[in-house]
Design a binder for this molecule. Sequence first.
Ligand SMILES: NC(=O)c1ccc[n+]([C@@H]2O[C@H](COP(=O)([O-])OP(=O)(O)OC[C@H]3O[C@@H](n4cnc5c(N)ncnc54)[C@H](O)[C@@H]3O)[C@@H](O)[C@H]2O)c1
Length: 313
Amino acid sequence: MKKLKGKNCLITGAAYGIGRQLAFQLAKEGMNLFLSDIVMDKLEEVKEEIEKMGNKVFICKCDVSKFDEMQHLADEFFREYEDLDLLINNAGTAGGGFIEAIEINEWKKVFDVNFWSIVYAIKIFLPKMLKRGSGHFVSTGSGAGIVGLPVHPHYVASKFAVVGLTEALYSELYNSGINFSVICPIRVNTNIGMTSPITIDPSLLTEKDPEEIKNKFQTFREIWWEGYVAMGIEPDYAAKRYIKGIKKNKLYIFDKRRLRLAMFIKAVGLKHVYKAVLKKLSEEDISAIEKALVESGLSTREHLLKTLGNRMM
Ligand SMILES: NC(=O)c1ccc[n+]([C@@H]2O[C@H](COP(=O)([O-])OP(=O)(O)OC[C@H]3O[C@@H](n4cnc5c(N)ncnc54)[C@H](O)[C@@H]3O)[C@@H](O)[C@H]2O)c1
């Protein structure tokens, strides 16, 4: 989608982070906007800012994990605008923890928000785009949808599904007049790491007082997330990169070169190199959790060595 000015765009999850920045920057490009989220006071603030810029903007509450709410969002959108030119399925949730501690309901919750929301968008918005033979359907995957990182298994699986689904859409519909893109962020300094659930098995902790665990858990979380985004990028810069990718109709939109490299290594079948990449990421991510658990006072290195065994370096 080369020209954005005067076109209509719907963004989910626009109250915070990447979605919010995409909204501001697409407003600067002259787009008419329709924004949704579950946090309405924050979304209202985004709307006010955009109105000051002189753009047309509407908002609607929508939990993307619920089909009925997505249908309602579509009804509200098409009441205001005739056509949908750019849909950005951005809303997402993360979640972390060692694989055996994550409960089935957490797997389901992550898939409901990250994966099923895209299926609902395919059912609800895509038919109108197909009928018109134009539009751009964008979903937000992740670097974790390209490379299987440790300690976020449900998140990784949901984002691999989003990436796969986008390829499936592209391969079936590349001649339909519709563009398909998947944005694959890594390490963008947003709220997601502080708001998504993290599960740590109590047997990994040396701290036993429930009140202390609660207090120290917040510190643990901050240390872990700050370490993760320390080498990351800010959401306004990330959004600029993503819009550039949308304008070029890229299938994959990356914000870091190393994802392109990881895809290349997989595509040419350098299996040993790829396994080495996975092991390196595992070392980095598991030692980041270990550091946060020890520095927050929730556990000790000796205890983690005993309980996590060969997962620790
Ligand atoms: N920040 C990163 O490093 C990073 C990395 C990879 C992928 N992503 C992806 O980017 C997208 C945006 O994330 P972000 O980093 O801006 O996080 P964020 O938490 O700052 O923003 C996510 C937005 O989605 C909304 N949201 C959450 N659950 C929702 C639901 N059920 N229905 C509707 N809205 C909901 C939140 O209220 C929030 O406004 C997500 O899909 C995320 O998985 C982010």
